[in-house]
Design a protein around this ligand. Structure first.
Ligand code: SF4
Length: 363
């Protein structure tokens, strides 16, 4: 890194903290967002990702299952939800869900998320998780966002802790990080007024970590929020992580403006904004080990670039993805293991196959 050039941009103190592994302040995060040269935060983020992960880039052989698209909420960015009885509304039986899994062959991770159904109770999800566990004894089961957990507790008349304990008992290892969107109250109220607020989302995650479950964390960006809102979101996550330590991976998700009520009111982030946000996330989230470039929503080419801007994970083979594709993601539905490994190698990194918890997978 050219220190005099970085000093000329006023970022030498930030560089010193990055090299020392010290925590960056919100003001320093803002300075990285405001820096006119994208490559400066990128170089710092690359330094941190190399310190943490060398030249390794992770991927997972996984399969998504979306048990239902019926949802009581009406998030304005969502193109996936349906009302009960509406064309295209569905609920999978556990057997249908397993059929979809079997069709994908061996997997190291099963990812289960869907809508907040008005009547499906905890028993349905316990049974589904137990049957997936029986069929895939070694795979990580990553199931239900904090929003779904909160909803399930209400529908089933039990505490959040009971939902978490019973799902864990049925074989769930971790929660995906969805539903976090953006914590800031202003944009959150416009985007997803029915959804639990940021504090409640963090509280479900704290209970999950206390119950021995791990989780990911997401941030939806490129809609109505400011860079200050993004930094506040990251700061809330790292404070939560200081307290409970259960976040495995952070996933910045670009808003996709297709087929949803928010639509063109927000256009989604530019490629430059995506790259900068990857870098800022890697630098601000000093206590979350992994940063994911989710190729399904970013596209593979931009995701490959993200690997040089702080990300160390590409997600996985996926096989069938509905939520991002209904919102206009133009990416393919699946990648093969050779395609993922080639994408990583041709970006200058070494592929490492992992499970949901980022343990090296050997199957
Ligand atoms: S984003 Fe999730 S909670 Fe919101 S409407 Fe869509 S399915 Fe429901």
């Amino acid at each position: 890194m050219d220190r005099s050039y970085i000093a000329s941009l006023g970022l030498e103190p930030v560089l010193d903290k990055v090299l020392a592994g010290a925590r960056l302040s919100m003001g320093e995060g803002q300075a990285l967002y405001d820096c006119p040269d994208l490559h400066v935060p990128a170089l710092m983020a690359r330094h941190v990702r190399t310190r943490l992960h060398g030249d390794r880039v992770h991927y997972v052989v996984n399969r998504h299952v979306n048990p239902t698209n019926i949802c009581v909420n009406r998030c304005r960015f969502c193109a996936y939800r349906r009302d009960e009885g509406q064309d295209g509304a569905y609920v999978l039986t556990a057997e249908e869900a397993l059929e979809k899994l079997r069709a994908a062959g061996p997997v190291d991770e099963v990812h289960i998320v869907g809508g907040c159904h008005p009547a499906l109770g905890l028993g349905y999800y316990e049974d589904l998780a137990a049957r997936v566990r029986a069929a895939y004894p070694k795979a990580s089961i990553k199931a239900l966002t904090a929003v779904e957990i909160d909803h399930l507790a209400k529908v089933s008349g039990v505490s959040i802790r009971e939902v978490l304990d019973r799902l864990k008992g049925a074989g769930v290892d971790m929660l995906p990080g969805g539903g976090a969107e953006i914590f800031a109250e202003g944009p959150r109220k416009t985007l997803c007024p029915e959804k639990i607020g940021g504090e409640a989302w963090l509280s479900v995650m704290a209970e999950a970590h206390a119950a021995g479950l791990r989780s990911n964390a997401t941030m939806l960006f490129g809609h109505l929020e400011t860079t200050t809102h993004r930094l506040e979101h990251m700061d809330a996550l790292r404070r939560q992580q200081d307290a409970t330590g259960g976040f495995v991976c952070f996933i910045p998700l670009p808003y996709l403006p297709g087929n949803n009520p928010l639509g063109e009111e927000a256009s989604g982030p530019s490629a430059m904004d995506v790259l900068r946000t990857m870098s800022v996330a890697r630098l601000m989230l000093d206590n979350i080990p992994h940063i994911k470039a989710y190729w399904v929503m970013l596209g593979l080419k931009l995701s490959q670039l993200c690997l040089s801007y702080g990300a160390d994970d590409l997600d996985g083979t996926v096989v069938e993805e509905n939520i991002g594709h209904e919102a206009g993601s133009g990416t393919q539905q699946a990648l093969t293991i050779p395609e993922l490994e080639e994408a990583i190698r041709s970006s200058g990194f070494t592929p490492v196959r992992r499970d949901g918890l980022f343990r090296e997978a050997t199957q």
